[in-house]
Design a protein around this ligand. Structure first.
Ligand code: ZN
Length: 561
């Protein structure tokens, strides 16, 4: 049994290291059985041991895991990660591809939007094409969708941070006259009509019962004249809408005679204010724009597939070619990740969130502040590819991707939360030390020196849970932990023996901002040499991004374990 465990440990360590510090029992088991024929007859037993060892291994830090694997002497072949390539776009010619990102500026971008942005960017680059940013800001009514003035700039900042260069920026709300002009053309040609039916009645008649709207029979002249009344705001909200005719046989009720224009009596728009009261729907405006801006390819979420069905009627009437579209599955945020505009604004007002970059949130600016790299997000999105399956944003996967990227660079520091002072004069005397020299990173040469006197700080949590136990104070000596620590001779350490970080009495104050709130602590003096945006690892706490550095205090945003 002990022998079995010894055989399994290296596999667990290897798997954990591959996945940024957390081994997965299923894949470890697969690998163990795959490479050890003799173990295949005792699968249940092996499985049990794997599960135990994974638990132990996952408690170790990545550095400890690497250290142990090296000491075990077992070597694993380096698996070259195959790069996941996006499938080709049909009819895509190098140099002539034109793509667009069309967000509604109702807030900054969140992790869900990054899929739309990154996929379009990747394809535009792949084909040496152009990429435009278009603000689809034509909903001045629905509370959660009404654009925000600041968001026009925020989104551009967010995209630049993601490494996305756009060649051109357009705003739908500045093009209302263009949409009017096209709609009038469609009316004149008899492919659209002004409908005066009450909305629910219309829905029951046409969508539910498969009937025909009576307004459909109005002549083109009648429609154009009613349209002029509509534009002059002689018809109020709810009195009339402009509809695009679709096939009477059209099976999909959501496509039937879709709305292209509606009146909003009290529009809330940050740019055009109340000047415009007759607004195109997103489907109408974006259909016109895709044509006018020569968009050749569209990559968007599957939920927008219905737009294509609607817009194709318009394209046929106009004799235009519809862009080639590719859809990816819905990319959702789980319920505990708040993205709703109204909820966030209420939360900011009440002080629940410090802003859109609050570490509890998943806006790109919040992830950035925590030290999630743009490359991490890109890798994560590209790994999902163009799959049409519904996916939920998994922050744990995102964090493990980030860990892989920052671990080789991030220097290690000692920070202690809820610090408790302990007396180490006895072990200090016995050890004869008064200074230690510690490497910043196990793979780097640079070191710093920390002088030690009789008092040091350890974390309150450690002092409580490990009181009386043998522990190692990192790079110092072993003690029996207590308010007055005693020198301990125990040398060898199993999985259970803790290596504790500590801070000397020459310390700096640390403010650690986490999704759960701000934690106070102390840290070693060398932290003061850091600059904002530096990524560090706080031993046994996790990775973090330096937010600000003061005279004797540093603020760090917690990234992840
Ligand atoms: Zn009608």
């Amino acid at each position: 049994m002990a022998d079995l465990k010894e055989r399994i440990i290296p596999y667990c360590l290897h798997n954990a290291i591959e996945y940024g510090g957390k081994a997965n029992p299923g894949s470890v088991l697969g690998k163990v059985l795959g490479e050890n024929e003799d173990l295949r007859k005792s699968v249940p037993e092996v499985k049990k041991v794997v599960e135990e060892v994974v638990k132990e291994v996952n408690k170790l830090s990545l550095d400890q895991q690497k250290d142990r694997l090296e000491k075990s002497g077992v070597k694993f072949e380096r698996k070259e990660k195959e790069e996941k390539k996006l499938p080709d776009l049909p009819e895509a010619e190098k140099g002539v591809v034109v793509m667009r990102m069309a967000p509604n500026p109702n807030g900054p971008l969140h992790i869900g939007h990054s899929r739309m942005a990154i996929l379009n960017d990747e394809y535009a680059k792949k084909y040496g094409g152009t990429l435009m940013l278009r603000f689809d800001d034509t909903d001045p009514k629905n509370e959660n969708k009404v654009p925000m003035l600041e968001a026009y700039d925020w989104i551009q900042e967010d995209l630049k941070w993601l490494g996305i260069n756009f060649d051109r920026v357009e705003t739908a709300s500045s093009r209302i006259e263009v949409y009017y002009k096209y709609f009038e053309k469609v009316l004149e040609a008899g492919h659209a009509y002004i409908c005066f039916c009450e909305q629910e009645k219309w829905s029951n008649l046409v969508r539910r019962d498969g009937g025909v709207c009576p307004c459909r029979s109005h002549t083109a002249q009648e429609n154009v004249s009613k349209w002029k009344d509509m534009v002059l705001w002689k018809l109020k909200e709810g009195e009339a809408v402009g509809r695009i005719k679709t096939d009477l046989e059209e099976k999909n009720p959501a496509v039937k005679d879709w709305v292209a224009f509606r009146t909003v009596d009290d529009p809330q728009h940050p740019i055009v204010r109340k000047r415009i009261k007759v607004w195109p729907t997103l489907d109408f405006a974006s259909a016109i724009d895709d044509h006018e801006f020569g968009i050749t390819h569209i990559v968007r979420g599957k939920d927008l597939a219905v737009s294509e069905l609607r817009q194709k009627f318009l394209y046929n009437y106009m004799g235009w070619k519809y862009p080639v579209t590719k859809v990816y599955g819905k990319f959702m945020t789980s319920d505990d990740l708040v993205i709703s505009k109204s909820k966030i604004q209420e939360g900011i007002k009440k002080g629940v969130y410090s802003g859109y970059d609050d570490p509890k949130l998943v806006f790109l600016r919040a992830l950035k502040r925590r030290g999630i790299l743009p490359q991490t997000i890109r890798n994560y999105i590209l790994a999902l590819g163009l799959s049409e399956a519904e996916t939920t944003v998994d922050l744990e996967i995102l964090f493990s991707e980030n860990r892989k990227l920052i671990d080789p660079e991030a220097n290690r520091y000692m920070v202690v939360l809820e610090p408790e002072e302990i007396d180490i004069s006895e072990p200090l005397k016995k050890s004869g030390k008064n200074e230690v020299e510690i490497k910043y990173h196990p793979d780097k040469k640079e070191t710093r020196k920390i002088s030690v006197s009789n008092k040091i700080f350890v974390s309150g949590e450690d002092l409580k849970t490990l009181k009386g136990k043998d522990v190692r104070l990192i790079d110092l000596f072993n003690v029996k932990l207590d308010k007055e620590a005693v020198y301990s001779k125990s040398q060898e350490f199993g999985f259970e023996t803790k290596k504790l970080q500590w801070v000397s009495d020459d310390f700096v104050k640390v403010k650690l901002v986490t999704p759960e709130g701000v934690k106070e602590g102390v840290g070693e003096k060398a932290l003061l040499k850091l600059k904002p945006d530096d990524m560090i690892q706080m031993l046994r706490i996790g990775f973090g991004r330096v937010d600000s550095v003061g005279k004797d205090q540093i603020t760090i945003y917690f990234a992840h374990k």
